[in-house]
Unconditional design. Sequence first.
Length: 178
Amino acid sequence: MTPSTPSDSDRLLLDRAIDGELTAAEQERLRRRLSEDPEFREEHRDHETVVRLLRELGQSTPVPSDDFMAERRSLIMAQTVERETAQAELSDARAGLLKAALSLVASIAIFAVAVWVGLRQPDGQVGATAPSSTTVLSTEAVDALVASDRELAVGMLALAPPGGLGRVDLALMIGEDF
């Protein structure tokens, strides 16, 4: 047989030989081709070298560079800091929500006690009663105080800031135009 460039069927034969998949007849054909054709022998040797190098490469563990590892560490640290910051903000938000809820509950409780105390007062009384059951302020007493202090209320109206319990509210309480 004259030396020739290995054909596709020869390359397939080499692949199957390296994978250990040759039949007895194919093994004999391979042995004959290797002994007769130097180009085929060289192709076989190159093929075996490539396969050996690939196997060695697959068994070795690549070691990452120091720069790569430093970059990974900095990314992990940045993510850790972001996560801790987010958790702290969430904790602060929860604490604020808890304070608001407790304030609301306390306000409702105070309002409920005030309503309960107000409902227990005898009719016509505003204010508390003394321990001896003497009325401290009656409705008539409050009306008399309002009438006598009308001039003081008008003066307060002029000085009162606008807004909640300001001029509008005070004017409405005493019946004045502002």
